[in-house]
Design a binder for this molecule. Structure first.
Ligand SMILES: Cc1cc2nc3c(=O)[nH]c(=O)nc-3n(C[C@H](O)[C@H](O)[C@H](O)COP(=O)(O)OP(=O)(O)OC[C@H]3O[C@@H](n4cnc5c(N)ncnc54)[C@H](O)[C@@H]3O)c2cc1C
Length: 558
């Protein structure tokens, strides 16, 4: 049976195009005569295309589980999904039911349609988004992730698939009976988790992040000979905004992120101070919308993909990726943000994902239902995490080194913390010990004012403690401040520009680094306001300077 979403939103999920709309699509595709029983497409097909039914009928089959899900399509209906727009393999079989004719539209033409025909764009985009939501909600899935709640890497992989909106089924070897059966089916055991298993029997044991990304073919191809107009490194709010504006203004854009879209904001359960969302929005929902928006305009995303070195000895610039591939580009938007500093505890890494967390989304929230939890940090992210967790946890302890929250946290959050009975603030307090055989079992904290130490049976610690910039990959290419953040615009002195061999007669534009055509936006930028709205603002604004430098650099360096 189709899932609830299908029942409720059938009209929007499977809208029928009018004759006039189909006529507008004609120049973008070619006609294909169909025969009954013909298979037009199957999961994993590399050639991304969609079908508009002209005559006859099709049915779309979502495979998996015990029951197949079938969607009938008649004249004016269309088959296609977010993966078609992205140019990556999809999840469905498309069969011919009654013979007739279809219009076949390739992914490149589809992107052109959604960028140029507002009416059809709205119909397609809404249908594709809802179809993806339907796939995510469906118990049928192309791929199953089998892991263990005691394995931090399992949580990391679950976050990766969830934040990339990739439909999957999760089984935990510790609690799900079916997990061991599924592992046996492909010759694996519980010692092989986390493992990914495809419907076709393909399996990867002890899967790394990159292996999972390759397994699900989530990334579009990267042609190393192609020179992009702009590569955005980092898909947090700043990078996503840069991608939306650059792609919508016709630039050839690729976004590279070492994990998934959303950045730090993606790990926030509820953002309440972002313009236009009075009831708040989760970072993941905000990022998901921005990704779809930028993909609509043609931006391409490579995730689980680390930039390890910017090569700036030649123009166009080259960005080296962790797997050795090179991406070439005329302009770069550095949006690699920052990451939480980690307290100096010798066994901290042992508990990553099995008691120590750096995000407080619903995934982590479920893990500590009815338990006590500690949130370390006095910033807004810590405040949000504490308030969110207090909804499901028995008690939440906030630990800060300072005397209070007033200087580091927004007033509305401080008030909410004060009004929540199951949150306790511990000032001048830090974690001094973590213990547990396989997972975190006990935490010791020390009050720096009194020297008192206390050990408690607490199994969940959320670290939200100040940020350090992700700028190692820039090495000697751009000028950094004493803390490693990227200096831009008028913050660069004449001497610094001279040291950097700035080649142009004009000074750097706003947000331009000491390397022409290379911009830094959001949290990674020296002096930036560490907020989502400012990151989004900077990412959008810098695009106008990207345009200017592309013209200039072609003349000066080209
Ligand atoms: C839990 C939490 C809640 C928050 N809540 C709020 C809030 O309510 N309101 C608010 O205004 N702000 C909030 N913030 C702060 C806000 O999220 C940040 O200011 C914002 O995300 C910064 O955006 P950014 O794009 O500059 O960088 P980031 O969000 O840090 O994104 C950087 C991206 O770059 C990627 N990356 C890093 N290095 C590389 C590399 N070498 N190669 C490829 N990719 C790389 C990372 O994977 C990441 O996706 C919160 C932060 C956190 C952690």
């Amino acid at each position: 049976m189709p899932n609830d979403l299908y029942e409720k939103r059938r009209e929007q999920m499977f809208p029928r195009l009018t004759k006039a709309q189909v006529a507008r699509l004609e120049p973008h595709g070619h006609h294909l005569a169909t025969t009954a029983g013909q298979l037009l497409m199957e999961p994993g097909d590399r050639e991304a295309k969609m079908f508009v039914v002209l005559t006859g009928s099709l049915y779309v089959e979502i495979p998996g589980g015990e029951e197949q899900v079938l969607y009938p399509l008649g004249p004016g209906d269309f088959a296609g999904e977010m993966s078609t727009l992205r140019g990556v393999p999809g999840f469905a079989f498309v069969h011919v039911n009654e013979p007739g004719e279809v219009l076949v539209i390739r992914d490149s033409e589809l992107r052109l349609i959604v960028q140029t025909d507002a009416e059809i764009s709205e119909i397609f985009m809404r249908a594709f988004i809802l179809r993806r939501m339907g796939l995510i909600a469906s118990p049928n899935s192309e791929m199953t992730l089998i892991g263990s709640r005691y394995c931090g890497h399992t949580l990391h992989l679950r976050e990766f698939l969830t934040r990339n909106a990739y439909p999957h089924f999760y089984l935990d070897v510790e609690v799900d009976e079916d997990a061991k059966r599924q592992l046996q089916r492909v010759g694996l055991t519980a010692n092989d988790v986390p493992a990914v298993i495809g419907r076709d029997g393909r399996a990867v044991r002890k899967a790394s992040l990159r292996e999972v990304a390759d397994f699900v073919e989530i990334n579009p191809e990267l042609d190393e000979s192609q020179v992009h107009d702009v590569i955005v490194v980092g898909a947090g709010p700043a990078g996503l905004a840069g991608a939306v504006y650059a792609a919508s203004e016709g630039l050839n854009v690729r976004v590279i992120d070492s994990f998934a879209p959303g950045g730090q904001a993606g790990s926030s359960s509820r953002i309440e101070n972002y313009l236009g969302f009075p009831t708040g929005i989760s970072g993941q929902a905000l990022a998901g919308r921005a990704v779809v928006q930028s993909q609509k305009f043609g931006a391409r995303f490579n995730v689980a993909c680390d930039a390890v070195q910017l090569h700036c000895d030649q123009w166009p610039y080259r960005i080296e990726l962790a797997d050795g591939r090179i991406a070439r580009t005329r302009a770069v938007i550095i949006a690699t943000g920052a990451q939480y500093r980690k307290p100096e505890l010798s066994n901290l890494a042992k508990y990553a994902g099995t008691g120590v967390y750096y995000a407080a989304t619903h995934l982590e929230g479920k893990l500590c239902q009815n338990d006590e939890a500690i949130v370390v940090g006095g910033g807004n992210s810590a405040g949000q995490a504490a308030v969110f967790l207090s909804g499901g946890c028995r008690h939440v302890h906030i630990l800060v080194r300072s005397d209070g929250l007033a200087e580091s946290m927004s007033h509305y959050l401080i008030r909410r913390i004060e009004e929540t009975p199951n949150i306790t603030l511990h000032t001048r307090t830090r974690i001094s010990g973590l213990e547990g055989e396989y997972e975190l079992e006990r935490v010791t904290w020390t009050n720096d004012r009194t020297g008192d130490r206390e050990t408690r049976p607490i199994r969940h610690v959320f670290l939200m403690t100040g940020a350090a910039p992700n700028t190692e990959w820039l090495k000697s290419c751009v000028n950094l401040d004493e803390k490693g953040f990227v200096r831009t615009g008028s913050d660069l002195s004449a001497e610094e520009l001279k040291d950097a061999r700035w080649p142009l007669s004009r000074p750097p534009y706003l947000m331009e680094t000491s390397l022409p055509g290379v911009f830094a936006v959001g949290d990674v930028r020296s002096g930036s306001v560490k907020r989502i709205a400012s990151a989004v603002g900077e990412g959008s604004v810098c695009v106008q300077f990207v345009h200017r430098t592309l013209r200039e650099l072609a003349a000066v360096l080209g």
